[in-house]
Design a protein around this ligand. Structure first.
Ligand SMILES: N[C@@H](CCC(=O)N[C@@H](CS)C(=O)NCC(=O)O)C(=O)O
Length: 219
């Protein structure tokens, strides 16, 4: 029997949903997934189904959690390995996850997540390029300090920090901005994670009626 539900939006577009879904799956929560087709902003069904009017939204054993980062923290209380064990590494992971949650707006606006859009080279506004340079540097510094022993930001384990950046990886795979070799390798590792692959496969299987023309067309 399920312990609750996770409400998410259309997988091919909903970057925040992916940030909530990954920790929920990594922590093994037994919840139903409810997918609401997004209208491209202000979706009435999302407003009706969630306290904040946004997805993701988790209900688990009577606990109600919205905001992707709060969901990630909730899941880490159930599965502490979602943050690195070392205190300094854990603080760094929380700092970069928070920076992602609060920022990189220019990138998010210029390169909206759209998993299968033919958009190579598009979206390179000065603001997006500045965000990308910061992210590339952040990934390299994190991997240098903490990433030995595996392909993810903190090594072999896929943590909440990786979950927060997974939709950035998805954007980079769609829009293909110039990246360092290390950043490209990190993107390949995230894309190859079994849960990320599961998300892409489910997104590909979504009904065509859910597609939003302006997010599918070549820019
Ligand atoms: N800060 C929120 C952002 C959530 C958010 O903006 N989600 C979008 C979908 S990716 C949404 O629900 N938009 C309302 C809509 O499409 O109706 C979080 O971290 O969960």
């Amino acid at each position: 029997m399920q312990d609750g539900r996770l409400v998410i939006g259309t997988r091919r577009y909903s970057s925040w949903s992916l940030r909530g879904w990954l920790p929920v799956r990594l922590a093994g929560l037994d919840v139903d997934e409810v997918v609401i087709p997004l209208a491209g902003g202000d979706t009435p069904a999302v407003k009706a189904a969630t306290p904040s009017g946004t997805v993701p939204y988790l209900e688990h054993r009577g606990v109600r959690v919205w905001e992707s980062l709060a969901i990630a923290e909730y899941c880490a209380e159930i599965m502490p390995a979602l943050w690195p064990q070392d205190r300094a590494a854990r603080a760094h992971a929380r700092a970069i996850a928070s920076e992602m949650h609060a920022g990189f707006r220019e990138l998010r606006m210029a390169m909206p997540m759209s998993l299968f859009r033919p958009a190579r080279g598009a979206g390179r506004t000065p603001g997006a390029l500045a965000d990308i340079a910061r992210i590339d540097a952040l990934w390299r510094a994190t991997r240098k300090a903490y990433g030995a022993g595996g392909p993810f930001l903190f090594g072999a384990a896929f943590t909440n920090a990786d979950a927060m950046f997974a939709p950035v990886v998805a954007r980079f795979l769609t829009y293909q901005p110039k990246l360092s070799r290390d950043a490209k390798a990190y993107c390949a590792a995230v894309r190859g994670h079994k849960l990320v692959t599961e998300w892409y496969d489910a997104a590909e299987a979504e009904p065509a009626e859910w597609h939003i023309a302006r997010y599918e067309a070549a820019p």
